[in-house]
Design a protein around this ligand. Structure first.
Ligand SMILES: NC(=O)c1ccc[n+]([C@@H]2O[C@H](COP(=O)([O-])OP(=O)(O)OC[C@H]3O[C@@H](n4cnc5c(N)ncnc54)[C@H](O)[C@@H]3O)[C@@H](O)[C@H]2O)c1
Length: 257
């Protein structure tokens, strides 16, 4: 523990999707605050880079390569975290992707399978294997990365939005079902966040569709991943104990639920 760090911050945080974007920013911020970190991603090269950045902050951390859509790999990332740290205090179910943006009938069923397997099944599998560890160890706090698409689809984003509505529903179910079991969950919902996730997804849109997309996002303020990471940290920690089953709107304005 570095000088000035508070002992209760030495908690174990398991985060998925840590190679880039929000997951990386969150990992670095938590590392600078003295948390112990288990970092998961299927992108090994960038995942190892995040691990180095986190270790440069003096944090105790491991990286586990895993595809969150694969049940055995999810079991493995949970088991390895418990082997290393003995427990999981906080879980950030963050890995996600976008598929190219289209009208609903234009999607291939393979695109449906891809986005559902990562954004929804991946979140479910994380919950399925992390929650028993938390129950055994007296509780824990969960953040699921939701989206403004958990409230209202942006244009040409029907499949992604369906998965993020599902993530919101899982979050609300935990809020309802685990109240007396010491586990609470919050959905953190960015609107436009300045990461690479959407760069390929928009290449299917012509000027007309791009204009419709922009109109559908509303006059939000684009967030940096660092901005959203601050909200995730607040939602995870004790200051937010009264948030449970809540979806926190991080659109910087508009998109009211
Ligand atoms: N950027 C936005 O505008 C925005 C808005 C709302 C919600 N979100 C959500 O924020 C979360 C983080 O996304 P981001 O914007 O930081 O994008 P990102 O692409 O930078 O990060 C996503 C991370 O998830 C990892 N990942 C993807 N599929 C995976 C899999 N099958 N197994 C393991 N890891 C996998 C990627 O390698 C990457 O590190 C996602 O859940 C996304 O849906 C993003």
């Amino acid at each position: 523990m570095g000088r000035g760090r508070i002992l209760w911050q030495n908690k174990v945080v398991l985060i998925t999707g840590t190679a880039t974007g929000l997951g990386r920013s969150l990992s670095i911020k938590l590392a600078s605050q003295g948390y112990r970190l288990s970092l998961v991603d299927f992108n090994e090269e960038a995942g190892q880079e995040t691990l180095s950045l986190v270790q440069q902050q003096g944090a105790e951390a491991i990286f586990i390569k895993a595809n969150v859509a694969n049940e055995e790999e999810v079991q493995n990332y949970v088991n390895k975290t418990v082997e290393q740290f003995g427990t999981i205090d906080y879980f950030v179910n963050n890995a996600g992707l976008m598929v190219p943006m289209r009208l609903v009938h234009e999607y291939d069923s393979s695109e449906f399978d891809r986005v559902v397997s990562v954004n929804l099944k991946g979140v479910f599998l994380g919950l399925k294997y992390v929650i028993p560890v938390m129950l055994e160890n007296g509780g824990g706090n969960i953040v699921n990365t939701a989206s403004s698409n958990s409230y209202k689809p942006t244009a040409f984003n029907g499949l992604y939005s369906a998965t993020k509505h599902g993530v919101a529903a899982l979050t609300k179910s935990i809020g309802q079902d685990y109240q007396d079991l010491g586990i609470r969950a919050v959905g953190v919902a960015p609107n436009t966040m300045l990461t690479a996730i959407g760069s390929k997804a928009v290449t299917t849109l012509d000027q007309n569709r791009l204009a419709k997309l922009q109109a559908s996002t509303g006059p939000n303020i684009p967030a940096t991943p660092e901005d959203v990471a601050d909200t995730v940290i607040f939602a995870l920690t004790t200051g937010a104990n009264m948030l449970n089953g809540t979806i926190v709107n991080c659109a910087g304005g508009e998109i009211f639920n």
